[in-house]
Write a protein that binds this ligand. Structure first.
Ligand code: SF4
Ligand code: SF4
Length: 335
């Protein structure tokens, strides 16, 4: 019989996964709930909240576990999680991300930062902080970050059985996606090993953001116009950086003929053009760069370009200056 290490006053161990569409948080929540309820003997519940877009908008998956003799009569979002998993660094500093985090919480962050760097980046007040470079694992294994983070979650939780989660991963992928089972189990195992964890006592360096059941600080009097959240993964900034799953196109201007095929293929109007004199001395539209702020990394442009002027690269291996300016004059400049 498996036991929960800690529960709230209603008897639940509560997990929240914060993400944006496209990283598999919804599926991770389902897999975790199945592992706990079908394979480990807990009672519990799982649901997710997300918008109508397939990629890029905010997603939160919630999982609750309790003893089998407790009835699940709560279906509200988790507000004071025992485990908070932040799927991508780009949303880690969104308002309210650490609300409800206490010394009893384990926060898992997908980042290449060390645990001490991540503490200052997140302004993490107290609790256990776990860092894992799930994006790197997923890129190397050609999978998604969700199974790497499930591996870290199982290992860091101290009570979630890795075998139960692996069984649920196999069930979720089933016969239809059988070819994805092995790489995802490898991703899970790497996530369970490749992480760093540190417990921080409250030292006053960063304030605890308590959840207020009677209302949060942001209300109708002081919230941004329209109730939007002006940060990554939302519509105001139109910044799709958070949607990319580790790969980006790079534009090599030395090969580009300004044929325009990429521009009519790109769903997000990422290509920047200017009217310039061409080789024949005539004014013509000329491709200048990619604006990565709008690029969600779908790589359709790479597939359509007949001149190899667009090539696929692992984002964290690309020189940040290239992402800043949006083009290279030769592929040697990429790294
Ligand atoms: S499809 Fe290729 S060659 Fe044509 S404009 Fe785009 S990058 Fe240039
Ligand atoms: S990968 Fe290419 S087609 Fe896709 S959003 Fe980025 S620039 Fe546009």
């Amino acid at each position: 019989m498996h036991k929960l290490p800690i529960t709230n006053e209603l008897g639940f161990y509560e997990i929240k996964m914060a993400s944006v569409g496209g990283f598999g948080a919804n599926l991770a929540g389902k897999i975790l709930a199945e592992a706990g309820i079908l394979h480990m003997g807990f009672n519990g519940a799982n649901f997710s909240s997300y918008g109508s877009e397939k990629k890029g908008s905010a997603v939160a998956a919630f999982v609750r576990f309790c003893a089998p003799d407790i009835e699940v009569r709560v279906n509200a979002p988790v507000t004071e999680p025992h485990m908070l998993v932040i799927f991508i660094e780009a949303i880690a500093k969104n308002p309210g991300m650490l609300t409800g985090v206490s010394e009893n919480t384990t926060v898992i962050l997908n980042t290449s930062k060390s645990v001490d760097e991540a503490r200052d980046f997140l302004e993490f007040p107290c609790g256990t902080l776990v860092v894992t470079d799930a994006m790197k694992i997923a890129v190397e294994e050609k999978t998604r970050v969700n199974t790497a983070l499930l591996g870290t979650l199982a290992a860091a939780s101290g009570f979630i059985s890795p075998d139960a989660v692996k069984g649920a991963i196999k069930d979720a992928l089933g016969k239809k996606y059988a070819f994805l089972i092995e790489p995802n189990l490898r991703t899970f195992d790497r996530g369970a090993k490749e992480y760093e964890s540190k417990k921080f006592e409250f030292d006053g360096k960063y304030p605890i953001q308590k959840f207020n059941p009677h209302g949060q600080k942001l209300g109708y009097l002081n919230q941004p116009l329209g109730g939007i959240i002006p940060s990554a993964g939302t519509s105001l900034a139109k910044d799709l950086t958070a949607s990319r799953a580790g790969h980006i196109p790079v534009l090599d201007l030395s090969r580009c003929t300004s044929c325009g095929e990429c521009d009519i293929t790109c769903p997000d109007y990422c290509f920047v053009w200017a009217e310039e004199e061409n080789k024949k001395g005539k004014l013509a539209q000329t491709l200048k760069s990619i604006n990565y702020r709008y690029c969600k990394g779908c790589l359709r442009c790479v597939r359509i370009c007949k001149f190899d002027a667009l090539t696929e690269h692992v984002e964290y291996e690309v020189n940040p200056e290239v992402i800043e300016k949006g083009y290279v004059n030769s592929l040697e400049e990429v790294k």
